[in-house]
Design a protein around this ligand. Structure first.
Ligand code: ADP
Length: 266
């Protein structure tokens, strides 16, 4: 069988315990796989270890134990060149775009910057690609001159998505990408992500406490609690027959139908 794009084998991550004594086990023996072109949902309440997992996959931190394999290669053993390539291949959209988008940059610069830095486009091609990305995420051309504070939260998150797509990644991680938005904007960005998923061969890791939005986007989900994967498998099977009361609680706490996204025109 072909090697999955991403595979986690028995991944654990410890941090110093806030009390100053011992360690806090943020992740414990996490094993997951994501096939190329697929979308995996990672569900769990706050503190479950979801963002820690995202940081490990991005290579921002190293696991305390276990292995993270990208196309079969352990991230721990990647040389400088491959690590730089990984930085381009895996992109992330974080929760609050107002926090991580530079407030002094225009939308044009925010989207163009990754391509300029990576040297993937320049001159006219760079401007054309910037405009194409703006269009792809459903923003009008006059937004190019705007700065983040002149946009709504939903528009800002669209800019963040365009910026993440600019380096043409193979994996897009969305870490609570809808959580800072109001419900109408959540529905609109959810719809955009669903459209992107249909149109491209990219792989996705969607991270959320909201099982309903994960169910909309992902054929497979994994449920994380206190750093451990409680269950994983086809979304429909987990939603209809959750194996764990924690999953049941997540289902009940989710923003279930009628979800506004179902009422939006195509
Ligand atoms: P989630 O994204 O599911 O809300 P996190 O991955 O942010 O969960 O956190 C999981 C646990 O690890 C929490 O108890 C959190 O306090 C702890 N944690 C996360 N990052 C750090 C860190 N850099 N230092 C110490 N503890 C951390």
């Amino acid at each position: 069988m072909a090697e999955p794009l991403l595979r986690l084998e028995g991944v654990g991550k410890d941090y110093p315990h806030p009390s100053g004594r011992g360690v806090l086990r943020a992740l414990d023996r996490v094993s997951l796989a994501l096939e190329a072109g697929q979308a995996l949902g990672l569900a769990g309440q706050s503190g479950a270890g979801k963002s820690t997992l995202a940081r490990l996959i991005l290579g921002l931190e190293a696991p305390t134990e276990g292995r993270i394999l990208w196309k079969g290669r352990d991230l721990a053993g990647l040389g400088r060149r491959r690590r730089r390539r990984l930085r381009r291949q895996v992109q992330i959209v974080w929760q609050d775009p107002f926090v991580y988008l530079n407030p002094y940059e225009t939308v044009r610069d925010l989207i163009a910057e990754p391509m300029e830095v990576l040297g993937t486009a320049s001159g006219r091609k760079l401007e054309e690609r910037t405009y194409a990305l703006l269009d792809l995420v459903g923003l009008p051309i006059h937004c190019l001159k705007a700065r983040p504070h002149e946009l709504s939260g939903g528009q800002c998150q669209r800019v963040a998505i365009a910026r993440a797509l600019a380096p043409e990644p193979e994996l897009l991680i969305c870490d609570e990408a809808l959580s800072s938005l109001d419900s109408a904007q959540q529905a609109a960005v959810l719809k955009l992500l669903a459209q992107l998923r249909k149109r491209s061969a990219m792989s996705y890791l969607f991270i959320s406490h909201d099982l309903a939005s994960l169910a909309w986007l992902c054929p497979r989900i994994a449920v994380l609690k206190a750093g451990r994967v409680l269950e994983q498998g086809p979304t429909a099977a987990i939603l209809t027959h959750p194996a764990h009361p924690y999953t049941q609680a997540l289902i009940e706490a989710s923003f279930w139908p009628p979800h506004p996204v179902q009422h939006l025109p195509d």
